[in-house]
Design a protein around this ligand. Structure first.
Ligand SMILES: Cc1cc2nc3c(=O)[nH]c(=O)nc-3n(C[C@H](O)[C@H](O)[C@H](O)COP(=O)(O)OP(=O)(O)OC[C@H]3O[C@@H](n4cnc5c(N)ncnc54)[C@H](O)[C@@H]3O)c2cc1C
Length: 392
């Protein structure tokens, strides 16, 4: 008779949350960095809505800024799953640092890896692995969920394109050097006019505009981009002219797994803090963690975090295996962001009055959690994707 152990071996199915030695080492080193180097800065970064450049440089040194970039271009040559692990570990401490790393890897670099020509990879991946920060600019004031209603215009010239328009809500914009900008070559062509361009901060006609003052992830910069006859060389079209919608859809499909990871990390951070606090805080002569009512709330939260992590890891591992993951990515994002909101809200409740003030970490987890249900496709848009996949 086959034992359960040999069955597992025969099917080659490893437990989802069991990390390989290399994954575990990578995860632990990022978490250690987050606690040691990011932790002491969290309050100040949130208050001043600013991330020190020295911290961004440290992230490059740590090796989390070119996770999937091949060795030949100076990256770590690792997997998408590694990027997900880095985002999760950083978000346990600070969701802003996590999203900076996430957008750089899972949107910007990802788009180059998928769609970049050899020349573009050589020119940009080497820089994106070595200190240049990436951003991804799709949204505009009038086009969010309906992303392909964008109006930023690209007009073909002799050797280049002239881009004119305004992008809104662009993560990393304040610090980024390289922007993937989606524009249309023909507004009457609908999504078939959309084209992806690589735009450098230094290009004439390109300016980073107003920085948003936000509820959460305050240290992550979110800015407007202004393009006024911005000259972009023909060689900087990413993928094909008129196929930018594919670049956008395919990178965002993967990127949202990163947001799922950010939300799982955030929820775990809130849970860690809550477990510690409820064991210390005494009421009615004992630690509040000794009350069964509190224990059950924490047990439920831990269950939710575990379920969210399983969804995220499964989606990421499917992606790395080259298997379909669209439904799973949408599910992991919507579920993880709801879990993050619920668990961070519970954390505020269990801290009592201390949960409501900035001297303790949980009010920030609560504020930071909200964005998970909005960016890289709102929760309703994730439900739309899931429904389409299961209902046909
Ligand atoms: C902090 C932050 C960072 C961001 N970073 C980036 C970035 O780096 N790059 C980038 O390109 N964009 C970025 N965004 C933009 C983000 O992706 C959009 O805000 C998001 O896609 C929602 O678009 P919207 O704000 O226009 O809302 P809308 O699309 O106007 O949606 C408003 C509400 O209507 C609902 N809704 C809309 N259409 C439907 C429908 N068909 N069915 C049911 N409900 C619907 C939505 O779910 C939502 O609840 C960022 C946004 C924020 C706030």
């Amino acid at each position: 008779m086959t034992s359960p152990g040999s069955l597992t071996a025969a099917h080659g199915a490893a437990p989802l949350t069991r990390l390989s030695e290399d994954e575990q080492l990578f995860h632990d080193s990022v978490l250690d960095f987050a606690r040691r180097e990011v932790g002491p800065l969290v309050r100040e970064m949130d208050e001043h809505a600013k991330m020190p450049r020295t911290l961004i440089d440290q992230l490059f040194e740590l090796g989390v800024m070119g996770v999937e970039i091949p060795d030949a271009f100076g990256g770590a040559g690792a997997t998408f799953f590694h990027a997900v692990l880095a985002v999760e570990a950083l978000a346990r401490v600070d969701a802003s640092v996590a999203v900076l790393v996430d957008v750089h890897n899972t949107l910007c670099i990802n788009a180059f890896l998928r769609w970049g020509s050899e020349d573009q990879k050589q020119r940009y991946l080497t820089r994106l692995a070595a200190g240049a920060l990436g951003a991804y600019a799709l949204s505009e004031a009038g086009s969010g969920s309906d992303a392909f209603a964008l109006t930023t215009r690209a007009v073909k010239q002799q050797d280049d394109f002239l881009l004119t328009g305004r992008k809104l809500w662009i993560t990393n914009a304040n610090e980024a050097d390289v922007f993937i900008v989606l524009a249309t070559i023909d507004p009457s062509a609908g999504h078939r006019g959309i084209t992806a361009f690589v735009v450098e901060r230094s290009f004439p006609g390109f300016t980073v505009g107003k920085k948003e003052d936000k509820l959460g992830i305050r240290a992550s910069s979110t800015c407007e981009l202004l393009l006024e006859d911005c000259h972009v060389p023909r060689a900087n079209v990413l993928g094909e002219v008129g196929k930018g919608y594919k670049v956008a859809i395919e990178t965002l499909n993967e990127g949202r797994i990163g947001i799922g990871a950010q939300m799982v990390g955030l929820a775990q951070g809130a849970l860690d803090a809550t477990i510690k606090y409820t064991k210390e805080r005494k009421q009615f002569g004992k630690a509040i963690a000794e009350f069964q009512g509190v224990q059950f709330q924490i047990a439920r939260a831990a269950t939710e975090v575990e379920a969210a992590r399983l969804l995220v890891y499964n989606a990421a591992r499917l992606r790395d295996a080259g298997l379909p993951f669209l439904k799973e990515a949408a599910m992991c994002k919507i579920f993880s962001s709801e879990v993050a909101e619920h668990v961070s809200s519970l954390a505020v409740n269990l801290y009592g009055g201390y949960g409501f003030v900035k001297d303790y970490p949980v009010e920030k987890f609560f504020r930071d959690a909200k964005i998970g249900q909005i960016y890289e496709g709102t929760s309703n848009l994730q439900l739309q994707t899931i429904a389409k996949q299961i209902l046909g």
